[in-house]
Design a protein around this ligand. Structure first.
Ligand SMILES: Nc1ncnc2c1ncn2[C@@H]1O[C@H](COP(=O)(O)OP(=O)(O)OP(=O)(O)O)[C@@H](O)[C@H]1O
Ligand SMILES: [Mg+2]
Length: 234
């Protein structure tokens, strides 16, 4: 997709999510708004249980809001049925889950190639692209290993490669560097910078890591179901 830095990539208004399970309803997100431009990187911080994963799931079309709407690349997710939504996510969104969600039976290369296979690409081409991404996250030498043979941080890096392999417009990451040492995390940051600058990719990154948050263009705090701008440390 042709993207230009500064164009609106993600927009949501009045986003509300109430969970109706158990004896009482809990409203986790309450009339939240957010706009992210192409090429922009936004960090979301907030205490445990404040709703960060809930928010990413809504932004990524993995869950539906109780009220409000999410627009990505101009398209309202409300207008898409399940099949169309699946296709849209494959085309536009890269998702790095809080817990990596790799397929245990598949190797690192096969896992990273999967979104391209789903798209209908030939296995050989998809795996060549996957290997290029694995190289960028420092995992090329482990391409033939299955998740069970990899460390937590290595699995996380394979999950990052899988999220980026499709050249997504929007990348949503839930604690992407939680398991990574400083040097490896710096490599992932450099890759994100490159994608934001050269591919005008937009990022929304949930993190507890102050260094990762400070590296983004904006830091927003999720509190009481809404986002507010977090002032920069002097
Ligand atoms: N499917 C669900 N049903 C009911 N309640 C839920 C569900 N998913 C999340 N919650 C509740 O919503 C609140 C926010 O959860 P969420 O996972 O979004 O928090 P978080 O900010 O990502 O926390 P953490 O930093 O610990 O990952 C929590 O109180 C949680 O118990
Ligand atoms: Mg979470």
């Amino acid at each position: 997709m042709q993207r230009t830095a500064g164009q609106t990539m993600l927009e949501c208004h009045d986003l509300t999510r109430t969970y109706n399970e158990g004896p009482q309803d809990i409203t986790v997100l309450d009339g939240l708004s957010l706009t992210v431009n192409a090429g922009e990187r936004v960090a979301i911080v907030g205490s445990s249980g404040s709703g960060k994963t809930t928010l990413l799931n809504l932004l990524g079309g993995l869950d539906r809001p109780s009220r409000g709407e999410v627009r990505i690349a101009g398209e309202s997710l409300l207008n898409l049925g399940e099949t169309a939504l699946g296709r849209f996510r494959n085309r536009h969104i890269g998702f790095v889950y809080q817990f990596h969600h790799l397929l245990a039976e598949f190797t690192a290369v096969e896992n990273a190639a999967l979104p391209l296979i789903v798209r209908g690409q030939r296995k050989k081409d998809a795996e060549a692209s996957a290997l290029r991404l694995l190289e960028k996250v420092g995992m090329a030498a482990r391409g033939d290993h299955k998740p069970g043979e990899l460390s937590g941080g290595e699995r996380q890096r394979v999950a990052i490669a899988r999220a980026l392999v499709t050249d997504p417009s929007l990348v949503l990451m839930d604690e992407p560097t939680g398991n990574l040492d400083q040097h490896t995390a710096a490599g992932i940051l450099a890759l994100m910078d490159e994608l934001a600058h050269t591919a005008a990719c937009a990022f929304v990154i949930v993190t507890h890591d102050p260094a990762l948050a400070a590296h983004q263009d904006r830091v927003l705090r999720l509190d009481d179901g809404r986002l507010s701008e977090q002032p920069r440390e002097p």
